[in-house]
Design a protein around this ligand. Structure first.
Ligand code: 0O2
Ligand code: 0O2
Length: 212
């Protein structure tokens, strides 16, 4: 157990640091009163049981976890619109506190399950009392609709261990299609939505100023 604690400590630190940094990007857009391409950010360290399951499934020896398991540290960035995702990926590519190693575009090429998301694998330096340690982390960037579908599908997957009854499988396919259409519809009225959001932000700011 102590060994796992030691192994996971830099990953925990990386997730905490990256959550602050990525949420900071959102705050900077808000301060600018410009549309934030980032709606919210979450992060987690993969639980030990899930690390062991995945290592087992993928035939990764436990002494190769650091190099071969890319999502022990995982971050998610949620966007309102599909187009925001590309903007967020560009922002990540331009940062000099992390190195983008790989990108997996499951939006242009959705998975057979219906899963859509953009994955970026990074190398991130963590400062420890024994010096710098570079770890791998995976950042998943997706719309709110993609996130809704993935979250629900993930729970069902857990329940059915991937072996879905055929009616549920069909429903999930329809739901993936509906989430895709929702993203398309929202993109078509993107300008309208952003104008409304900017209007309410200004109103809120005026109200705040009135109070102070
Ligand atoms: P804000 O500014 O209130 O949104 P944490 O350590 O709690 O900060 P963690 O462990 O990743 O972060 O928590 P969690 O519960 O996964 O959620 C992180 C942030 O995402 C929280 O915001 C939640 O309010 C927000 N969040 C989670 N689900 C949704 C959702 O479906 N819609 C929206 N809009 N936000 C969601 P914070 O950190 O409190 O900041
Ligand atoms: P968690 O923490 O439970 O979400 P793979 O071969 O697909 O296992 P690989 O090659 O390591 O994975 O990387 P990939 O495919 O880029 O990313 C895997 C992660 O993407 C998964 O992590 C999920 O978070 C998400 N994902 C991929 N496919 C699906 C899917 O069909 N449905 C849902 N809901 N999520 C998916 P884990 O390991 O499941 O971890």
């Amino acid at each position: 157990m102590k060994h796992w604690d030691q192994f996971l400590t830099p990953y925990k630190q990386a997730v905490e640091e990256l959550k602050i940094k990525l949420k900071g990007m959102r705050s900077q857009f808000k301060l600018d009163s410009s549309h934030s391409p980032i709606e919210f950010v979450t992060g987690r360290v993969k639980p030990i049981a899930s690390i062991l399951d995945k290592a087992n499934q993928k035939g990764i020896p436990l002494d190769k976890l650091e190099e071969e398991m890319q999502d022990i540290a995982g971050l998610r960035m949620m966007c309102q619109f599909v187009d925001d995702i590309h903007g967020v990926v560009d922002l990540l590519r331009n940062r000099n506190d992390l190195e983008v190693l790989e990108e997996r575009d499951y939006i242009s090429h959705k998975k057979s399950s219906g899963y859509r998301s953009y994955h970026v694998v990074i190398r991130y330096p963590v400062q420890t009392i024994n010096g710098e340690k570079k770890i791998l982390a995976e950042i998943q960037i997706r719309t709110l609709a993609m996130n809704f579908w993935a979250t629900v599908e993930h729970s069902l997957n857990y329940k059915y261990k991937g072996d879905f009854p055929s009616d549920i499988k069909k429903r999930l396919e329809f739901a993936a299609e509906a989430a895709f259409r929702l993203d398309e519809e929202m993109s078509l009225i993107r300008g309208e939505i952003q104008d409304a959001q900017a209007f309410f932000t200004r109103k809120k700011e005026q109200k705040q100023e009135g109070k102070n």
